[in-house]
Design a protein around this ligand. Structure first.
Ligand SMILES: [Zn+2]
Length: 341
């Protein structure tokens, strides 16, 4: 039996009024007009979301309800930041339980793909894979070495077991070491990404010489830094709720003016749950200039392109991977993979 959803279908370029018919997990019709069968939901029809930046390994810390320091270096900078100390002291089960909680939050909120910056080398990759067991979600795992140095063998193993490398920032590294890792990752045609200019401005030339697939934060980036990123087709992932925790605020209007591609991430799961739609709503309140089309692109087509994911997603024969949003509240009223139809 074919089921239908109708409303404004989001194409990335804008919205098309119409309907989608789906059957056994696949889209079988995509048309304008009125569907011939039962409509199960109505609203904005949007591809499932991509959360472009998470660290779900620290989810367990949120449950502890402790007063975390509101300073980037004190809390999250490797290796001495409090989070890394807590990760070292926690048991594997505790970390994995926290990850499972965050994965469930994402699944229930319409996130079909998330890009996790995995700490703790190969062990960190294995923990995430255990947490993902049997879950209806796709992960893009960007791993990192145990220590802030290049070890050819270790990188080899990490790249064999993950989608690429995701590092903290050039300030935490001896530059020649990070350069070797970036080059090694590129030779293997995997993703290389890193945090940039989060609490202090970092040298954009040194960052761009690493040829990253995308950058995280860029809060302290200047207009010319952002233009350089755009000219090099490097999107920026913004995580405004995590930034706010540290008293930081990305210059989102400037980013918009420079035309750099923006994606959304939820950053450390110990700070906010990885519901990327909540991040979108937060950003919407921060910057009223963004149209709904611009906002939705940040969690759908732009990250899909940057992460080499399936791009033709609401057409006939594609997987029925969509969310229907209420047009007023933007709350999901139907998430395809949560239904049995
Ligand atoms: Zn991060």
């Amino acid at each position: 039996m074919t089921w239908y959803i109708r409303g404004d279908i989001f194409t990335g370029e804008g919205f098309e009024r119409g309907y989608i018919g789906f059957k056994d997990g696949r889209i079988v019709e995509h048309n304008s007009g009125t569907p011939s069968g039962r409509t199960v939901a109505e609203g904005y029809i949007v591809p499932c979301f991509v959360n472009a930046h998470t660290h779900i390994g620290d989810s367990f810390i949120r449950k502890k309800n402790i007063d975390l320091p509101r300073d980037v270096v004190e809390l999250v900078a490797p290796p001495h930041g409090l989070k890394h100390k807590m990760l070292r002291e926690a048991s594997e089960d505790e970390i994995i339980d926290g990850m499972i909680g965050s994965i469930d939050v994402m699944i229930k909120s319409g996130v079909s793909h998330f890009c996790d910056f995995r700490e703790n080398g190969i062990d960190g990759i294995h923990m995430l894979k255990k947490a993902l067991d049997g879950k209806k979600i796709f992960s893009i795992i960007l791993s990192r070495p145990q220590k802030s140095e290049y070890d050819k063998k270790e990188i080899e193993i990490l790249l064999e077991n993950s989608d690429g490398i995701g590092l903290s920032s050039i300030s935490d590294w001896e530059y020649p070491e990070i350069k070797k890792i970036a080059e090694h990752t590129r030779r293997k045609k995997k993703i290389f990404a890193l945090h940039g200019s989060e609490a202090v401005r970092e040298d954009i030339d040194l960052i761009l010489d690493l040829k990253p697939s995308f950058l995280i934060h860029m809060i302290k980036a200047t207009e010319s830094d952002l233009i350089r990123a755009r000219e090099n087709n490097i999107p920026v992932v913004v995580c405004p709720r995590s930034n706010a925790f540290f008293g930081l605020k990305p210059d989102i209007k400037l980013m918009r003016q420079t035309g750099v591609d923006i994606m959304l991430g939820t950053d450390n799961a110990m700070l906010s749950p990885p519901n990327v739609l909540d991040e979108l709503k937060y950003l919407k309140n921060m910057c009223r200039e963004f149209s709904l089309k611009e906002l939705l692109n940040m969690i759908t087509y732009i990250p899909r392109k940057a992460l080499n994911l399936d791009y033709n997603i609401l057409g006939v024969n594609s997987l029925a991977d969509f969310v229907v949003l209420d047009k007023k509240s933007l709350k999901p009223v139907y998430i395809s993979y949560l239904e049995t139809k």
